[in-house]
Design a protein around this ligand. Structure first.
Ligand code: ACO
Length: 314
């Protein structure tokens, strides 16, 4: 997490909102925001150094690097190529995945399939975002939601019955205008007009996101449980994308997971998009929550729309 913290009290001074409204509608108390000298690749590098150390894997062993982000350092090259260079991953191929808040689950599933096929043995998957750079700080409907952060995971072939048990990914591009950034690409290249019209910021239809997110995450979560032949009662941890507390609670309810098993840190970090699941996993892991054999389910939903879930045995 970047060091800078933006509290609801500070947001009250920036837009017409209150701590009470934000807490009641989202459960978010504060979020981390990077300084202007930081880029997404810097967050990736910090997270990946810690992940590699934790896994006991050296940079030259890494064969593939996937960075899930919708806030890349720049349009060309990919953030993954920048991270590869900064970390000296000389033997890896590197690419970005743009699946918004579902990005880490997409990356995890891609890595899982390459490892299962025997193509690669060491893959780093990063979820990293600096949503502060695409947040319209004058728009109270979105400014209160987002935060910056990164998380990384090192994947390798499992030795026994542990590992990724099942994954499920979907998207529906017909719903893309419920959550999008219109400017800065080939449709509306950056210009004075795109700046004036605030087209480089996230536009969102909150109610539509909410409605689709709960249904899609519930269905995806159930699908990976069914595919693996287990039930939600078998889970040790349910790690949903941290969008807001109401979405998290409604999703858990849909698949009958009690809140004691649901990991929540949205109060401290806000919505960090593709970073939210790996950050949550890291917190559970470093606090000693994950034991050998723990059954962990992750589920996410984001702009595109995209959604997906993954079930793993730690
Ligand atoms: N402070 C105070 N009032 C506000 C704020 C704010 N920050 N934002 C909106 N309001 C007002 C609105 O203007 C509206 O006022 P009105 O009734 O006078 O028109 C009122 O609050 C209610 O607005 P709604 O949009 O209906 O509020 P809702 O209960 O739907 O909550 C929210 C809004 C929190 C955005 C909700 O729709 C939501 O969580 N949606 C999901 C969005 C999301 O998580 N997006 C992240 C990316 S996708 C993902 O990660 C899954």
């Amino acid at each position: 997490m970047p060091k800078g913290i933006l509290t609801n009290a500070e947001l009250e001074r920036m837009v017409e909102t209150t701590d009470e409204w934000i807490m009641e509608r989202t459960g978010i108390k504060e979020r981390h925001v990077s300084d202007t000298n930081t880029a997404t690749s810097d967050l990736c590098v910090d997270a990946t150094k810690r992940a590699l150390a934790d896994a006991g894997v050296s940079p030259d062993e890494v064969e593939m690097l996937i960075v899930a982000t919708v806030t890349p350092d720049q349009i060309l090259p990919s953030t993954a190529c920048i991270v590869q260079d900064k970390l000296g991953l000389k033997n890896a191929l590197a690419f970005d995945v743009a699946a918004a808040c579902t990005g880490f689950v997409y990356g995890l599933s891609i890595a899982d399939h390459f490892i299962r096929a025997g193509t690669y043995k060491k893959i780093v998957v990063i979820g990293a975002e600096m949503l502060s750079t695409i947040t319209d700080w004058e728009d109270r409907t979105t400014a209160v939601l987002f935060g910056d952060g990164a998380g990384a995971a090192v994947l390798e072939p499992s030795k026994g019955s542990e590992g990724v048990l099942s994954t499920f990914l979907r998207s529906d591009g017909s719903l893309r205008e419920f959550l999008y950034v219109p400017g800065g690409g080939s449709r509306f290249p950056s210009s004075e007009k795109t700046l004036q019209d605030r087209m480089h910021y996230v536009k969102m239809s909150g109610n539509n996101v909410f409605k689709h997110a709960v249904r899609a995450m519930g269905d995806a979560a159930q699908k990976v449980l069914d595919d693996a032949g287990v039930s939600s009662g078998d889970l040790d941890y349910f790690v949903p994308h941290q969008a807001n507390l109401r979405i998290i609670k409604a999703t858990a309810e849909r698949i009958h997971v009690p809140m004691e098993k649901v990991y929540v840190n949205v109060d401290r970090y806000g919505n960090t998009s593709s970073a939210s699941i790996p950050i949550a996993l890291d917190e559970i892991n470093r606090s000693g929550g994950l034991k050998d054999g723990s059954l962990v389910e992750m589920v996410a939903f984001g702009g595109g729309f995209t959604w997906g879930a993954a079930l793993l045995r730690w």
